[in-house]
Design a protein around this ligand. Structure first.
Ligand SMILES: [Mn+2]
Length: 450
């Protein structure tokens, strides 16, 4: 059975004020063609279909149009979709019965009752009607669903408890599948953070623009400030978000993961993988490659021999970060060339000289240069402008001025306020950021009207 693994579409997301609709639309068309060309039997989408739990109608339309085009793809037997932390479990499941008629299997949430967990198992039949593959379609799992509650236990204790609970879930699903379809190959999905090595979390592996599960200790934050708060970093790692790859039962021949936006196999394995996000929705997502993963799963085959092919996803929009003096930026904007179809998105970092004044109409001057040198429809879009004086103070850190407020996201403002109020604490804790995002989502869904 040939499986194609993708995840983290984040339909409805935008890069600052630029809607990603155009590139997401292109990606989904490309995906339909890819399913057809590569004779894919099963498409697996490992969570975060939508960016907001109450997605816009435009985002929903992308999704449903994609599914209806898939219904016409000849060899495709099944589409398996699980909810990520960004998706609304009940929202995704609402059309479940209808989608079932199109061979689209949706799992929004893990059932509360452990006895019902096996309803996550999706059998896929081959040509002769025999079940050849079973996918344990596990969505993003709320800790309470696994019977784990946040007690007073220490961090490592809690992590251990979570790990055991998840291992039990996957073992249970593998047991059930093996009993009901002993002849079938077995695969699984998951939407969670698995760390790279069995014993020690690989710090870099948590860095994603959207989830911010954690940031590398010595990296730069959203506003260019160094994040060196080790305690904060550890606090983030010590959550349900980070577990070892040993939670996946050995009988799973392939595990299709979502949540981390950078593609990679985990824990030194070949067969437990993140495929990454196919469309960049932030500056740091522009660097990692965009991929979907093609896997031929066969009953009895060992993961070591698994035929895996990484399929590169085209880039429809480039994201540039330009750093320089005003004169240098003028030149770069005038000469800017993008190899991609859609006009590039630009983050500007302006170095001010000692005599330059910050915040004076610089943005509109840059826009004039763009208008002068680029055709309508191909004009680079400036989504952020930050100005700084390269003056060293005590610690030797350059001062970075806050960009004008209309350039900031709600979260940027929230973080800045938090830092101002608690200068000793660094970045706001993940828990608080998550709450803030919930509020932001609510606001977003209200703004959207319809
Ligand atoms: Mn995601």
């Amino acid at each position: 059975m040939r499986l194609l693994h993708t995840s983290d579409w984040h339909l409805g997301a935008s890069i600052k004020q630029v809607d990603c609709h155009a590139e997401q639309d292109r990606f989904l068309s490309w995906l339909v063609d890819t399913l057809e060309e590569r004779d894919i039997d099963v498409l697996v989408v490992a969570g975060d279909i939508f960016h907001y739990s109450n997605p816009s109608n435009a985002a929903r339309k992308l999704f449903y149009n994609f599914l209806s085009r898939c219904a016409r793809v000849d060899n495709l037997r099944k589409i398996i979709i699980v909810a990520g932390n960004h998706d609304s479990p009940s929202g995704l499941e609402a059309p479940r019965e209808l989608l079932g008629h199109l061979d689209v299997h949706v799992v929004g949430a893990l059932p509360r009752d452990e006895e019902e967990w096996p309803t996550c198992l999706v059998p896929v039949e081959g040509h002769d009607g025999e079940v050849e593959l079973v996918v344990a379609a596990v969505p993003y799992v709320q800790e309470a669903r696994l019977g784990v509650s946040l007690g007073d236990g220490g961090e490592s204790e809690l992590r251990e408890e979570y790990q055991e609970a998840f291992a039990r879930l996957y073992r249970r699903l593998a047991d059930e599948a093996a009993e009901r379809w002993p002849q079938a190959a077995l695969a699984a999905t998951g939407h969670l953070t698995i760390y790279g090595k069995d014993d020690e979390p690989e710090k870099g592996d948590f860095h994603t623009g959207i989830h911010r599960t954690a940031k590398p200790a010595a990296s730069m934050g959203e506003m260019g400030e160094p994040i060196s708060d080790e305690a904060d970093h550890l606090r983030t790692i010590g959550t349900i978000e980070a577990m070892g790859p040993q939670i996946f039962d050995e009988r799973f021949q392939y595990v299709a993961l979502g949540h981390i936006h950078r593609p990679m196999p985990v824990g030194g394995t070949r067969h437990i993988r993140y495929c990454g996000t196919p469309v960049a929705t932030s500056l740091d997502e522009d660097t990692p490659p965009r991929q979907v993963i093609q896997v031929d799963v066969q009953a009895g085959a060992s993961p070591a021999d698994l035929p895996i092919e990484v399929v590169q996803v085209p880039k429809w929009r480039e994201i540039f970060e330009i750093d320089g003096s005003e004169a240098e930026i003028n030149d770069m904007l005038a000469q800017m060339k993008s190899a991609a179809e859609l006009p590039p998105v630009v983050f500007l970092r302006v170095q001010l000289g000692p005599d330059d004044v910050a915040g004076v109409d610089r943005l509109s001057r840059f826009k004039e240069i763009i208008d002068e040198h680029h055709e309508v429809g191909q004009r680079p879009v400036i989504v952020e402008l930050r100005e700084r004086y390269d003056v060293m103070v005590d610690g030797g850190e350059p001062i970075e001025k806050m960009p004008p407020i209309e350039e900031l996201s709600y979260l940027d403002v929230f973080e800045a306020m938090y830092r101002r109020r608690h200068p000793d604490r660094g970045a706001p804790p993940e828990r608080l950021v998550a709450k803030f995002r919930q509020i932001e989502q609510l606001m977003h869904s209200n703004e959207e009207g319809e």
